[in-house]
Design a protein around this ligand. Structure first.
Ligand code: NAP
Length: 310
């Protein structure tokens, strides 16, 4: 039996593991394939205090080392069901049928890349469509690529790709970027990046691999095809919280409704990081949530699990 079971090993979940274990509680962290979450794809964690010039992977490795050395466990399994969520002893079921009992749960599932939603996106996944420039950029050395999006991820992707690809089109649906001004300035200084503004992706061309991306100008409604070998999709994130919908409230977009206290309203169930309703989704805010949620879980186990703790 675990005191604290954390679902999702991004910055929020890993921080919760540190605080849970340091709080004297038997803590386990679950993720499907790896620890680190989205941050492992970030080439430069430039805005986390005290850690300039660090890649996302280096950051994740340091935090992993920290929580495992403290004694928290890491398990690589997909959680598909939670039984008795409102009871003092909860049971988590994994895809392979394993069951784990715990006294508290911290949901820290983060969010996944939002799909473009155009025809052929699934077909070209891995054949020109990518959601991670850091992971797949090297396949496009000296080729022509497009990046869709106007946030920090898209701008960072465009910059990363401009050092590898021959040419990068940055397609954004407005003429202003959501990304930080420094990221925008760096991309604008690149000779091989062409901005395609007020435009949306309306189609993907090609046979086995992508050969072109169709864009529509939002102002003139004109469509044209850009000859590209790859399209990097960076149009934001969507949460995947369906597994929890029977015992925590989700908003319309699928985020777990909770405030800064990370309480879900169900005793012993807490939520941390990008998967909850919040305005700012950064490593710093995810880490903050992880600490808040874990300390709340420690308190829950100490104060409300008398019978179970006997
Ligand atoms: P984001 O900030 O939500 O930006 C998403 C972008 O995609 C926006 O420009 C949005 O356009 C556009 N978009 C959304 N839906 C679209 C659609 N259906 N079709 C076309 N375009 C669409 O997402 P993100 O860039 O993934 O970043 C997520 C969070 O992580 C943000 O808080 C970001 O600051 C943070 N982050 C930080 C760093 C860093 O600080 N180094 C790096 C990466 C990410 P509009 O602008 O018109 O809405």
């Amino acid at each position: 039996m675990y005191d604290i079971l954390i679902i999702g090993a991004g910055p929020a979940g890993m921080t919760a593991a540190i605080y849970g274990q340091r709080g004297g509680k038997k803590t386990v962290l679950f993720d499907q394939l790896s620890y680190g979450g989205q941050v492992i794809n970030t080439p430069d964690v430039a805005n986390y205090p005290g850690m300039p010039n660090m890649t996302g992977l280096e950051f994740a490795n340091q935090v992993y080392k920290q929580f495992t050395e403290l004694g928290a466990e890491m398990k690589y399994e997909k959680i598909t069901q939670v039984k008795d969520a409102d009871k003092p002893i909860k049971t988590v079921v994994t895809e392979s049928g394993n069951e784990y009992q715990c006294k508290s749960i911290i949901i820290a599932t983060g969010a996944q890349p939002r799909p473009l939603g155009v025809e052929g996106e699934e077909k070209f996944r891995g054949a020109g469509i990518s959601y991670c420039a850091t992971c797949d950029g090297a396949f496009f050395r000296d080729k022509v690529v497009a990046v869709a999006g106007g946030g920090n991820t898209a701008l960072e992707d465009a910059e990363t790709l401009s050092d590898l690809a021959k040419k990068v089109y940055l397609i954004h649906r407005r003429d202003e970027f959501r990304a930080d001004a420094t990221n925008v300035a760096r991309v604008k200084s690149k000779d091989n990046v062409e901005l395609v503004l007020n435009a949306v992706v309306t189609g993907l061309k090609g046979d086995k691999f992508i050969e072109g991306v169709e864009v529509e100008d939002k102002v003139t409604k004109e469509k044209r095809t850009l000859d590209v070998n790859g399209v990097f999709v960076a149009i934001g994130q969507v949460p995947k919280n369906e597994v929890f919908k029977d015992f925590v409230k989700l908003n319309k977009a699928g985020y777990v409704e909770a405030g800064e206290d990370c309480q879900t309203g169900t005793p012993g169930i807490f939520v941390a990081g990008d998967c909850r309703t919040k305005k700012v989704r950064q490593i710093a805010t995810a880490v903050s949530d992880g600490a808040v949620a874990a300390l709340a879980a420690v308190e829950h186990v100490n104060k409300t699990c008398y019978e179970v703790n006997k």
